[in-house]
Design a binder for this molecule. Structure first.
Ligand code: TYD
Length: 206
């Protein structure tokens, strides 16, 4: 049986990595086989593309180039990691996926949904069964995180950009209400963890 594909989305600093760590613990307790991976990145080729995209020295990178690089990294990731894992029956936990491209590139950078969907059409081979949107507005998330990372080109894009990303995510949530579940992250880590466990259990994924 094909494995389940679960993706995690949200603005910078919402605590995605920590929550994914908690989900991994849950899966281990229940002996569910999984592969945990991330975007941009995953396999070596995609990690090399990630370094190019996030390098703060590449400030001149145009929005189209950025979107195509995310899509290129994703193509390699889907074919080398995600599809083989799903086909072997494993659950895939992925930190960011296509919805990041919709929120960041289509909405916040203004490239539009059609362009971003077209260059990511191959990703239809691996559509998430569930996407958890960790919902925390960027002002709150950056305050928690203690500001932007000065080596990360995307984090340095400014408050107005991150506000647009958040609005983009809200639109994406409205467009795919069956697939995406919003998780309110304004409480404690433990409260967020419990909400996520509840959703996974309700969907028969735990
Ligand atoms: P990362 O350090 O992994 O951020 P985070 O810990 O918040 O997930 O950097 C990934 C950055 O790339 C993040 O700013 C979001 C951005 N991104 C896009 O703009 N489009 C995409 O398709 C993906 C996957 C990520």
């Amino acid at each position: 049986m094909r494995g389940k594909f679960i993706t995690f989305e949200g603005c910078e600093g919402v605590g995605k990595s920590r929550q994914i760590g908690y989900v991994k613990e849950l899966f281990e307790q229940k002996n569910i086989e999984y592969v945990a991976t991330r975007e941009p990145g995953g396999p070596e080729i995609a990690e090399k593309i990630r370094a190019l995209i996030l390098d703060a020295e590449n400030a001149a990178m145009c929005a189209e180039c950025e979107a195509l690089l995310y899509a290129a990294a994703r193509a390699q990731h889907v074919s080398e990691v995600i599809l083989p894992a799903l086909e072997s029956g494993k659950t895939v936990l992925c930190d960011r996926y296509i919805d990041s491209s919709l929120a960041y590139q289509a909405y916040a950078r203004g490239l539009g949904e059609t362009f971003v969907k077209d260059i990511n059409a191959f990703a239809l081979k691996a559509v998430p069964d569930l996407t958890l949107f960790l919902d925390l507005p960027p002002e709150a998330a950056f305050a928690r995180k203690g500001g932007a990372d000065e080596h990360d080109r995307v984090e340095l894009s400014g408050a107005a950009f991150h506000k647009k990303v958040y609005e983009g995510y809200l639109k994406v949530c409205e467009t795919y209400p069956g697939r995406i579940v919003k998780i309110d992250c304004s409480g404690t880590r433990e409260q967020t963890r419990a909400k996520i466990a509840e959703v996974l259990a309700a969907r028969g994924m735990l």
